[in-house]
Design a protein around this ligand. Sequence first.
Ligand code: ZN
Length: 428
Amino acid sequence: MKRQIYYLGCLLLSCLLLPLPSAFSQTSADGELLKAIQKIKAIDNHSHALPARSPDPAESERPDPLGKAPFEYPVRLRVNNPEYLEAWRALYGYKHQDMTAGHAREALKAKLHLMEEKGTGYPSWVLDQAGIDITLVNMPSLGPGQNAPRFLWVPRADGFLFPFDGVKEMIKMLPERIDLDSLPSSLNEYVDKIRELLVQWKKAGAVAIKFAIAYRRPLDFAQVSDEEANRVFERHRQDGKPSARDYKTLQDFLFRSVAREAGRLGLAVHIHTGVGADPYFNVSGANPLLLEAMFNDVALRQTNFVIVHGGWPFEREAGVMLLKPNVYADFSAQTFLRSTEALSEVLRAWLEWYPEKILFGTDAYPEDTPLASWEEKLWLTTRTSRQALALALTRMMRAGQITRPRAEELARMVLRDNAVKLYGLEKR
Ligand SMILES: [Zn+2]
């Protein structure tokens, strides 16, 4: 009996020590495919890349080199996420296995030294380290070291939706030469001004415009007639104080007008969807399904839309929208909010549906934490994306859905070719 128990124990133990090969293999990506994916020069559909700047030597002496996030971040974004060690190793030659203040200061010194040494070449050098060819930059303007063709501008267009209280806000985001110091006398004139500004942006190199309006209101942009919009505009042109309801009506009209004009000019329209960078952000108002009526508007068939962040946690809803010929989605931000495994599941579902509409994006952004800024996030999120893509495609190959050559082709489309087509980059 004792002996039987002993054998049974050994059997159980061997089961625990030797996981079944099939279960194990399904959790890892095909090594050769991953290697091929790592070589693809990617196009980052959405980032907030930093321009070159002079390093401040005082930075490296700050008491807390890791810094503090503005609010309690989700796990992968926290400044003490050990994944950042790997980014420091790759970018700054960091040698330590921990993130103590003394050691982290070495990483910061190395970073500042590189910034000084590379000068205006620093932003491009950062892209090179992550294997990124081109990044779209959603900032008020491009800065030193951020030049086409590697850095492409995506200005924010939210100011257009605030004709009454937002003229000043709008001006802040516009090139200085634009004259808009008072409210135009009619709604038509206002839309004409917007058109002029879009033309200027396009001339200045913009490839798309971005709305982060979900930070201010839900994304349900209804169809509003010219007459109704004009009535509301006229009613409040003098007092400048529309009710919330009237402002919504006017914004619904203006959003569609801006999208139409952008489409005519060949500028894609990026829309922030899903979770926002604020604990009290209204997530339910940023569901991409709220955009459906607007996507279906026949007047907007010339406009290409990008569901930025792929709507997460509404990634299924975002994926479904890809059946509309002029709607794309990027998975930026999911690259740092979610694990590689979770992201691979999103990608697989989308890849099985409309793979030619999926865009890689990092949403790498700077902030007041010196060692978890644009550079480190870019490196980390690009690695997560390549791994998640390899995992999704490996599982599709193993399930007999796609061949190996098709897997590589799909990876190229997601990381690069879909963006080349959408923004007409082959012509550049
Ligand atoms: Zn962003």
